[in-house]
Ligand binder design. Structure first.
Ligand SMILES: C[S@@+](CC[C@H](N)C(=O)[O-])C[C@H]1O[C@@H](n2cnc3c(N)ncnc32)[C@H](O)[C@@H]1O
Length: 415
């Protein structure tokens, strides 16, 4: 069957109109004419008859087999417009429009955390990513996405898998670039006993890893796996949330700072280990609220060990069940809110009543962002601008910062 791709779906697949409904075609771009067999709603063996002018040669030699990146066949400019369009579309769906600041994309080979799948094989080990929509593991020695410091950990990871992996089941290995060496978190490995623990610790030493955690247990801590957040040195708990790239984090922080201006009393909601709270505390008092106690502890310890910060207070709190109430924002002049993908329905309802002067909202889900934005705009806030930050290069993932100003601030700006 011959079809023309009309658009991209939300996972980056090409979508064409077939005789019996939409047909999904992986690795295609709008305007391309493709021919192949259609099974169900998917073209299985597409051949491109007319390529898009936006099609490029994938920069990574693993692009055909590896499922880690989905958009390497598209020019950067196309991906940027596509991601802007996703956010614009989500806002339009809620009847909203705004100004878009220039999009920023993270560089290749800048992802500071990767979660690899791995297993032992007859001849050694296999570590990599899964092929698209399949259990097949693909080795990725020339990966163009992951930071070289993470890739450099491979020989040590191979030893870990040889010792504590199996041939029948995969282990998952999260590797995070940190000061002091990589921070390695293994899940699904062999149960720890005295002998295995000692051998794993030897690998950590030999390969100068910072820390190894094995199914939730710290096996070796050679150095604290530190991240810089502004001037503060933070040692996040194993597996804690971190922004995906250092330049992406810098772009998000710059946008948050621009949004807040010189506000001096800030609440950071869904604060994680302090990505925004700690740098902001260099110029403002910050109250950081987060649901994960270990992350709050890391933030608090870093704040107490950093000279020259303004007052930082912390709170462990489930903001879905127990959002900060309107009267808790008394005296607060700026709010940062960076919820998980589900958004922050309950907290946004309270912010709509509290009406702090400025809200910097960070979001990794345009749909829940637009839903929450509509509530704020309905309460009189102005959505001044949105900046899309593409720190998930070559994926369908979108990240953004938006500024909302409360009614009286919006009036003053207009004067
Ligand atoms: C997108 S991350 C942002 C973290 C931080 N702002 C950063 O940039 O590193 C969302 C954070 O929300 C936290 N979280 C998830 N559900 C929560 C809840 N119900 N209440 C409070 N925090 C929650 C997660 O632990 C995570 O740290």
């Amino acid at each position: 069957m011959k079809l023309t791709i009309d658009r991209l779906g939300h996972l980056g697949d090409g979508v064409a109109q077939g005789p019996e409904g939409p047909v999904f075609v992986s690795g295609m771009l709008p305007g391309e004419v493709v021919e192949g067999d259609v099974v169900g709603d998917r073209m299985t063996d597409p051949k491109i008859e007319t390529p898009s002018p936006m099609r490029v040669k994938p920069p990574c030699s693993h692009a055909r087999s590896c499922g880690g990146c989905l958009m390497q066949h598209a020019a950067d400019g196309f991906v940027a417009d596509w991601k802007l369009g996703i956010v614009q579309g989500a806002l339009q769906g809620q009847g909203l429009t705004t100004v878009f600041l220039p999009l920023q994309t993270s560089a290749p080979r800048s992802r500071r955390r990767a979660t690899f799948a791995a297993r032992r094989t007859k001849s050694g080990t296999l570590i990599g990513f899964h092929a698209r929509g399949s259990d097949t593991l693909v080795a990725i020695p020339k990966c163009q996405l992951v930071h070289p410091d993470v890739m450099a950990a491979m020989p040590g990871l191979e030893e870990l898998v040889r010792l504590g992996g199996s041939r029948s089941a995969e282990v998952s290995i999260s590797v995070t670039k940190a000061l002091g060496g990589v921070d390695v978190d293994v899940k699904g490995g062999k149960p720890l006993d005295g002998g295995l623990r000692m051998e794993l610790a030897r690998v950590v030493e030999a390969h100068a890893m910072a820390r190894l955690t094995w199914d939730g247990e710290t096996v070796a801590l050679r150095a604290h796996p530190v991240q810089m957040m502004g001037r503060a040195m933070v040692a996040p708990p194993a597996g804690a949330f971190l922004q995906a790239t250092e330049d992406g984090e810098a772009a998000l922080l710059a946008a948050v700072k621009t949004a807040l201006g010189d506000q001096k009393r800030i609440v950071d909601l869904f604060a994680g280990c302090g990505t925004f709270a700690l740098p902001l505390a260099e110029g403002a008092e910050v109250h950081a609220v987060e649901g994960d106690a270990a992350m709050v502890q890391a933030l608090d310890k870093a704040a107490r060990n950093t000279d020259g910060l303004k007052k930082v207070t912390v709170e462990v709190r489930d903001l879905f069940r127990r959002p900060l109430e309107p009267d808790e924002f008394k005296g607060i002049t700026g709010v940062v809110i960076d919820p998980p993908r589900a958004g922050a329905e309950a907290q946004i309802a309270c912010l709509a009543v509290a009406r702090p002067p400025v809200i910097a909202m960070v979001s990794c889900n345009p749909i829940t962002f637009a839903r929450d934005a509509k509530v704020l705009v309905g309460a009189g806030f102005t959505l001044d601008w949105v900046q899309v930050v593409d720190q998930f290069r070559w994926s369908a993932h979108v990240e953004l910062v938006a500024r909302f100003t409360a009614p009286h601030i919006a009036r003053n700006k207009a004067k």
